[in-house]
Design a protein around this ligand. Structure first.
Ligand SMILES: Cc1cc2nc3c(=O)[nH]c(=O)nc-3n(C[C@H](O)[C@H](O)[C@H](O)COP(=O)(O)O)c2cc1C
Length: 176
């Protein structure tokens, strides 16, 4: 597999968990995305950014944008971790929002994360509760799958992480 690096941006632990599982499978070291500078990014030929999704933005993308001239030509992928269930349509939107040119060719994978209002920062909790309130007003039949998931989670902690979500990443690593 060559020399690789896993970058992680995780506020509430789910992307960190996936990074740990991927490390176990590949032996690649894990580095906080915000600690990654030119020195750390120049060497590896494979880099996977694993970042939580917050208000449709994938955490850690700034590092890829900032150092794009170093990364262009490397084997690079993004693994987004969100509360929404996996859906092609959601993933396409996520890609459009986060992988703008010149990054549009970077493969983007997805794994479900953790939803826990109790551990969120005040700002995040307030934002997420507002979102849940607006979703609760919608008739159930009109809700999309991510809206249903938020309704069902309510005040409870939900951990949807599963190592199976890494399978497409492992296949991509072997193929390329
Ligand atoms: C402020 C905030 C906004 C969020 N927005 C989204 C979102 O747009 N789409 C989504 O699928 N999940 C969203 N989530 C859920 C997170 O993606 C989920 O908690 C994930 O586990 C975050 O990764 P982390 O645990 O590594 O921090 C949001 C969570 C927070 C706290």
């Amino acid at each position: 597999m060559g020399q690789g690096l896993i970058l992680v941006h995780s506020k509430y632990g789910a992307a960190q968990k996936y990074a740990g599982w991927l490390k176990e499978k590949t032996g690649f070291p894990v580095l906080e995305a915000k600690q990654a500078g030119r020195e750390q990014l120049a060497q590896p030929d494979t880099i996977i950014l694993m970042g939580g999704v917050y208000a449709s933005g994938i955490g850690g993308m700034g590092v890829l944008r900032k150092h794009w001239e170093l990364l262009d030509g490397k084997k690079l992928a993004v693994f987004a971790v969100g509360a929404s269930p996996y859906e092609e349509g959601n993933l396409t939107l996520l890609k459009q929002r986060n992988l703008r040119p010149p990054m549009e060719q970077v493969p983007c994978f997805y794994g479900r994360g953790i939803w826990d209002l109790q551990v969120m920062s005040l700002v995040d909790r307030t934002m997420c509760k507002l979102l849940q309130k607006s979703v609760a007003k919608k008739p159930e039949g009109e809700c999309q799958s991510w809206e249903l998931a938020l309704r069902q989670a309510g005040e409870n902690r939900a951990d949807w992480t599963h190592p199976d979500y890494l399978q497409p990443v492992l296949e991509w690593l072997e193929k390329n």
